[in-house]
Design a protein around this ligand. Structure first.
Ligand SMILES: [Zn+2]
Length: 178
């Protein structure tokens, strides 16, 4: 009786171990499939991105698209100019300037880009130009900016909506004249 018990226990344990092993294998298989799925999904995303860039480039080149697509393209252009402004301002804060040809950073006052060799126009004298002074008041400015951003965000919400409407109207006019 006792022997049977231990024999059965042994069987149960080895079966449990076996099924745990199977579960582990299954778990690993699932993980593998998940990572395969996610890399396939990111390939799809990349392809979507490629299509998007192709369509956007055609829009930039003046090829007509449906108003739906044109809206998204205009949104991209608006965002790109905001990104460029951010990059310019970051470069300005670091005492640098942005090469208009290739977009890489160059030291302020450089006449030519070190990366692509394009001539760089003389930077306008802005508050950003005074790097050392700017650094001293950087903390204060950052605090002020944060506060301003908060209040501006609320205040400009309505304005932004109006601007967007206006852009669409302008875009339609452009399309008609083509
Ligand atoms: Zn350059």
């Amino acid at each position: 009786m006792a022997n049977d018990f231990f024999e059965n226990l042994g069987k149960t344990l080895s079966e449990t171990a076996k099924s745990m092993g199977e579960k582990t294998d299954e778990f690993i298989a699932v993980q593998k499939l998940r990572s395969q799925q996610s890399s396939l999904e990111s390939e799809v995303k990349n392809s979507y991105k490629t299509i998007g860039e192709m369509v956007f480039q055609k829009f930039v080149n003046g090829e007509a698209y449906s108003e739906e697509i044109a809206d998204v393209c205009r949104e991209i252009m608006q965002l790109q100019s905001e990104i460029a402004e951010c990059k310019e301002r970051i470069a300005g804060k670091k005492g640098q300037t942005i090469c208009p040809a290739c977009g890489s950073n160059a030291p302020r006052g450089a006449e030519f880009c070190m990366k692509c060799g394009s001539p760089i126009p003389k930077p306008e004298e802005t508050e950003d130009a005074h790097y050392e002074e700017a650094e001293e008041v950087a903390e204060e400015t950052a605090e002020e900016a944060a506060e301003t951003a908060e209040t501006e965000a609320e205040a400009t919400e309505e304005d932004t909506a109006k601007d967007t409407e206006q852009e669409v109207v302008e875009g339609e006019e452009v399309k008609e004249t083509e």
